[in-house]
Design a protein around this ligand. Structure first.
Ligand SMILES: Cc1cc2nc3c(=O)[nH]c(=O)nc-3n(C[C@H](O)[C@H](O)[C@H](O)COP(=O)(O)O)c2cc1C
Length: 329
């Protein structure tokens, strides 16, 4: 059993948060993680407010344990403010916030009596968010899958733990097994967020999606060396994220073709009639899909049920931490 300030505060059994990962990350995955003792999270970006409302209602039927909803909180993210209002109205046990200025959203959630776990990408944001008293601070390092900043996980996490006082610091980016969890707890962190590892589970994306199966298979095959952190993923979608945040995807024919040619990609995408038209063509092919995933792909050797990911990660970390205790004489 690993007991930390995170497990105490949120009333969860294990110090593991499953990242909210957009609209492919719904009740099936989040309930499996929460029922296994972690904190499952419903993704919201990519959903309409109505879809999110329905997903949150389903979640309440599928677990009696704590869970969260993730809100991507920069102003011009699709439906950002409305999705937050829908989330608050559903009264989830916790809200995870990331990207842009999260402080107004922290205040809104606190006024509604909800826990906030806020993900930051650089030290200045960590300081600003700590001043707004989140319940949990998530430090996200650059090796993460999806959107992330430029700071590497290890030094960034250590630096923030030094200033966080009694706010539990949770570490995201590059953690996919018990080694990462043990390392974080040993350095004074309170738990981990895992995204890429939970993308490569049976429950991500719902049943029977060949499209998602191909992405999971690519994560399993990737040795961690072949990822790309660059503007091209967002250029393909015709969007831009704030504050030096870029997307990390697995390298494939899409990244081979466009890396270093951002201006040409921007031109090509701007010729499309509808937003997302360019990617909806390319996303149907495993070799050209934007496969959001991080360097921790190199630690993932099979697709597993989400509950098994939680159990294996905790068991491995417990064993490693017992061994680590023997290092000290
Ligand atoms: C497929 C995928 C989608 C993601 N989508 C979101 C998102 O919608 N909101 C968010 O706050 N973070 C998102 N992230 C980032 C995660 O919150 C988390 O920081 C990251 O997955 C941690 O690194 P890891 O992938 O090495 O575990 C996403 C990550 C992945 C892999």
């Amino acid at each position: 059993m690993l007991t930390t300030s995170l497990t105490d505060k949120l009333g969860i059994e294990h110090p593991i948060i499953q990242a909210g990962m957009g609209s492919d990350c719904g009740t099936t995955l989040a309930a499996a993680v929460s029922n296994a003792g972690g904190l499952g999270t419903i993704g919201s970006i990519g959903r309409s407010p109505e879809e999110l409302e329905q997903e949150l209602a389903r979640m309440k039927e599928q677990t009696a344990r704590p869970w969260a909803v993730n809100i991507v909180s920069f102003d011009w993210a699709p439906f950002a403010a409305t999705l937050l209002d829908v989330a608050i109205a559903a009264r989830p046990p916790a809200v995870t916030l990331s990207f842009g200025d999260t402080v107004p959203s922290i205040e809104k959630c606190r006024a509604a009596g909800l826990w906030t776990a806020v993900q930051v990408q650089d030290f200045a944001s960590a300081r600003a968010v700590l001043a707004a008293h989140p319940d949990v601070l998530i430090v996200q390092g650059n090796e993460a899958g999806g959107h992330t900043g430029h700071r590497g996980t290890l030094s960034f996490a250590a630096q923030v733990i030094d200033i966080a006082g009694d706010v539990p610091v949770v570490v995201a980016g590059g953690v996919a097994n018990g080694r990462g969890l043990a390392a974080v707890l040993a350095m004074g962190g309170a738990g981990v967020v895992m995204g890429t590892r939970f993308k490569a589970t049976a429950e991500f994306g719902g049943p029977g999606s060949a499209h998602i199966d191909a992405q999971r298979a690519a994560i399993v095959q990737n040795d961690g060396d072949r990822t790309v952190w660059d503007e091209i993923a967002d250029l393909a979608l015709g969007i831009e994220w704030p504050g030096g945040v870029l997307g990390r995807v697995l390298a494939n024919r899409f990244t081979d073709a466009w890396l270093g040619r951002g201006d040409s990609l921007r031109d090509e995408v701007s010729k499309q009639e509808h937003p997302f038209a360019w990617t909806s063509t390319h996303n149907s092919e495993p070799e050209t899909v934007l496969n959001w995933a991080g360097e921790s792909s190199g630690l993932i050797h099979e697709v597993l049920p989400a509950a098994e990911v939680v159990q294996r990660t905790v068991a491995e970390a417990e064993q490693l931490l017992r061994n680590v205790a023997r290092v000290v004489r």
